[in-house]
Write a protein that binds this ligand. Sequence first.
Ligand SMILES: Nc1ncnc2c1ncn2[C@@H]1O[C@H](COP(=O)(O)OP(=O)(O)OP(=O)(O)O)[C@@H](O)[C@H]1O
Ligand SMILES: [Mg+2]
Length: 270
Amino acid sequence: MHTADLLVLKIGGSLFSDKRLDRHLDPAAVRRYARIAADLHRAAPGRVVLVSGGGAYGHGAVRGLDPSEPFAALALTGANAELRWAWTVALREAGVAAFPVQFAAAAVLGPGGEARLSGESVARLLAAGVLPVLSGDCLPDGSGRLHVVGSDRVPGALTALAPGATRIVMLTDVDGVMDGDTVVPRLTPDGAGAGLRALRETPRWDTTGGMAGKLAAALGHSRKGAECVILNGARIGADPAFLLDPVEKWPGNVPRTVVTADGPVPENVD
Ligand SMILES: Nc1ncnc2c1ncn2[C@@H]1O[C@H](COP(=O)(O)OP(=O)(O)OP(=O)(O)O)[C@@H](O)[C@H]1O
Ligand SMILES: [Mg+2]
C-alpha cells in the first residue's frame, strides 16, 4: 500500500503500563506517546485514530472472569474509560482536540462475533478534525452476554472508515514478530505458519494472547484490506511523521513486521 487514508495508531499497554499490576500507568510514557499521537494528528488531521492498549487497566479488569457470569466483563468498560481519559488529558495538554470514544457505543458485534462500526460517531469526529481516542471494551451479543474485544481487535472495525486504505501501526515493546533473534519482515494470511510457530508462550498475566493474539488480529485486519505494521514504540525518534509514509520509505533502521494480504515484500529505498 502506498498511501493510507487512515492511520490507526495502537499503543501497546506494555509501553506505558506494568500489566502485572492493577490500574498502573507510567505518566511520563503516556506523555511521550501522546506527543507522538499529537504530532501525527497535526500532520494528518482527521486521518488519525488512537487506540490505547489495555495495560494494567484492561488486563487487570478481565483477569479471572467467571465464564458462567454473562455480565462479568463489565468492569472492563469502567477501567478502560479511565484509561481513555488519561490519554485524552495528555493529548489536550499536547494541544490536540482529542475525544474519548467508548467502543461499545460506536460498534456492535456481528453474527460471527466480529465487531463493526454501527454509527457515524467516529467518522464525524474525523471529519471535524478531532482525534478519536479508543480502547478495548466489552460488547453485548444478542442475548446480552458481554464479550471482551481487546484493543488489538478494535482497528478491524475502523477499516470500514477507509476501505482498502487503512494502515494500522501497532506499537509494542518488541521489534515485531520475532523468529528467534530475527524480526519476521512480512506475514500474510496464507503464509503465517512460520511466524505463528515462532511465538513463545504468553505470560499468565496477559489476557489477550500477547504477540500471538496481536498477530491473529493483524492477520484478520489484513484480510479486510488493511496494512498492519508491528514495531517497537521505543524505536520512534523525535519525528514520528514517517509512520504516515509508505512503509517502503520508512527509515531502514526501524525494524518491523508488515502484515498484509498481498503485494511485494516492502524494501527500503533510503
Ligand atoms: N515470537 C514473538 N515475537 C515477538 N513477541 C513475542 C513473541 N512471542 C511472545 N512475545 C511476547 O509478546 C509481547 C508483546 O505483546 P503484548 O500483548 O505483551 O504487548 P502489547 O500489545 O504492547 O500490550 P497490551 O496487550 O497491553 O496492549 C512481547 O513483549 C513478547 O514478550
Ligand atoms: Mg497485547
